[in-house]
Design a protein around this ligand. Structure first.
Ligand SMILES: Cc1cc2nc3c(=O)[nH]c(=O)nc-3n(C[C@H](O)[C@H](O)[C@H](O)COP(=O)(O)OP(=O)(O)OC[C@H]3O[C@@H](n4cnc5c(N)ncnc54)[C@H](O)[C@@H]3O)c2cc1C
Length: 469
């Protein structure tokens, strides 16, 4: 049995960050898949490269936890700024979400005018700015010290935001934007679905503000694909890909790990598998029960990948909002990301396009192979047709490759059927999984624990965990 101090299981954003921060230690990172990065990986199919899920990169700015982590490991990612963070298109009406507040407001007012737009969006932006300036973002459990530090963070939140913390997103929208039109509400909700996997009905004002504000930050495209950032993070890390961890068992004060290739004895284990898929890894009943406690969050993705031979210029990101729901999905909008025209890896032979929307794992279960394939085809074709309607200068024949992924596909490649964590609310904050567990030297990292999904959310969790190791 090979001995190791730290075993990291999974090379998603969280696993990659924590492994790189501890790369000088006796550490090994296991990744089931060939590609590194999980939902943020870049993969090759039909000879071309595609981003699996994540396409937008936010948080590479001074005083941000992502920049802090990258600086610590000496990583300067190859980024191209997206001057328009997202172009939203609804009924042919366009709103560009740009960093400059006045420019954004003027774009917004030209389509979704409301006399209180300035107050609404200024408040949202200010709350987001205040949040990222907080000094003690912290969340962990299971010891007096952990609860005390978490309480300090909650006190800091109260001091900074006061009663605004108790406001619900919908309450705030109705108060400041009374009689908001259905279209305008759809514009807000479609953006929340991207960042928080849910609409305003389930959120606090704080979550609403963080979810809507990312385009006020610098938004980047990763040259060479999103997976390139993860690969660069892991350059100096001892990584074993195509090695899946099958079982883990406590062995004296350590953990015995069995993979598809070998056996290991690790002093510390960091799981980057989702909180919902971790129980099955353990042979110890108490650890199994611990993970089973977290109820499954059925938020998943449906993703269409295209190769497009077009001479036109495109922005990096578009959000298309439709009148009707997409079949077999829980959304009436989809997010389209184009590779940068000058990206030598993704844009050879045309643009590499990742289109994603929201679905549920349950929609794709208990189907015969034929039913599954038909359902997948129906959803893919619907999305491609709507894509063509909204980019009417694109010809169908210019699409040389098209295929799609469901929760089943994500499960096959990266062991997860859900895609994304639960949005934090005041009601659920104490139930949220943390980076530590009740078991000594067993930790979690990734988007199903605090602080949630995307580069910024996962980085906060990795940063808290790093202080514990
Ligand atoms: C369609 C889609 C679009 C998105 N768009 C964006 C975006 O534009 N910007 C953004 O910031 N975020 C985006 N997100 C969210 C973001 O991608 C995720 O929150 C983030 O990548 C999750 O990181 P993670 O650390 O939880 O790891 P995961 O991505 O879940 O990766 C975990 C890794 O662990 C491996 N693993 C699991 N079990 C084992 C095992 N037993 N043995 C070995 N390896 C194992 C898996 O193979 C996987 O590689 C998007 C997500 C999706 C699904």
């Amino acid at each position: 049995m090979k001995k190791v101090e730290i075993a990291v299981i999974g090379s998603g954003i969280g696993g990659a960050m924590i492994a790189s921060l501890n790369q000088k230690k006796d550490l090994i990172l296991f990744e089931k898949d060939k590609n590194l990065g999980g939902c943020a990986s870049t993969f090759k199919r039909f000879g071309e490269f595609f981003n699996a899920g994540a396409t937008t990169f936010v948080g590479y700015e001074e005083n941000h936890v992502i920049k802090k982590i990258f600086d610590e490991v000496g990583l300067k990612p190859e980024l191209i700024e997206s001057h328009v963070a997202i172009r939203t298109i609804q009924n042919k009406k366009i709103v560009d979400r740009v960093e400059n507040f006045e420019e954004f407001l003027s774009n917004l007012n030209s389509v979704y005018y409301h006399e209180n737009n300035r107050i609404f969006w200024k408040t949202i932006k200010e709350i987001d700015e205040k949040f990222w300036k907080l000094k003690n973002i912290y969340f962990s459990k299971y010891s007096f010290k952990a609860y005390a530090k978490t309480a300090l963070f909650i006190v800091e939140l109260f001091k900074e935001f006061g009663f605004l913390l108790f406001k619900t997103a919908d309450g705030y929208i109705n108060e400041v934007l009374p009689n908001i039109s259905k279209e305008y509400k759809a514009f807000i909700d479609s953006q929340l679905l991207i960042t928080l996997q849910t609409t305003s009905k389930d959120l606090s004002l704080l979550a609403l503000s963080l979810g809507l504000s990312y385009p006020f930050h610098k938004v980047y495209y990763s040259n060479g694909g999103m997976g390139k950032i993860v690969e660069d993070l892991l350059k100096e890390v001892n990584v074993s890909n195509k090695e899946e961890i099958i079982s883990i068992e406590r062995f004296e004060d350590k953990y015995k790990i069995i993979s598809t290739k070998d056996e290991y004895l690790a002093s510390k284990v960091i799981l980057n598998s989702t909180i919902f898929e971790s129980s099955k890894l353990f042979l110890d009943e108490d650890i199994k029960r611990y993970y089973e406690k977290f109820s499954f969050n059925d938020q998943s993705a449906f993703v269409v990948y295209l190769k497009l031979n077009s001479k036109e210029n495109f922005l990096h990101h578009y959000q298309i909002i439709l009148k009707e729901n997409i079949p077999n999905c829980i959304s009436n909008s989809f997010f389209v990301s184009f590779s940068d025209k000058n990206d030598e890896k993704l844009s050879t032979n045309g643009y590499s396009i990742t289109i994603s929307t929201h679905s549920k794992a349950i929609f794709w279960e208990s189907l015969t192979k034929e039913e599954y394939e038909n359902k997948k085809e129906e959803t893919k074709d619907f999305i491609i047709n709507e894509f063509l309607k909204n980019f009417d200068f694109v010809k169908k024949e210019e699409i040389s490759i098209s295929f799609a992924a469901t929760s089943k596909t994500f499960n096959r490649y990266i062991n997860r059927t859900n895609c994304g964590g639960k949005a934090i609310t005041l009601k659920n904050i104490l139930e949220l999984p943390s980076c530590n567990t009740p078991f000594k030297n067993l930790y979690n990292v990734g988007d199903t624990i605090f602080a949630g999904q995307g580069w910024p959310g996962v980085a906060i969790g990795a940063d808290i965990l790093n202080k514990m190791l």
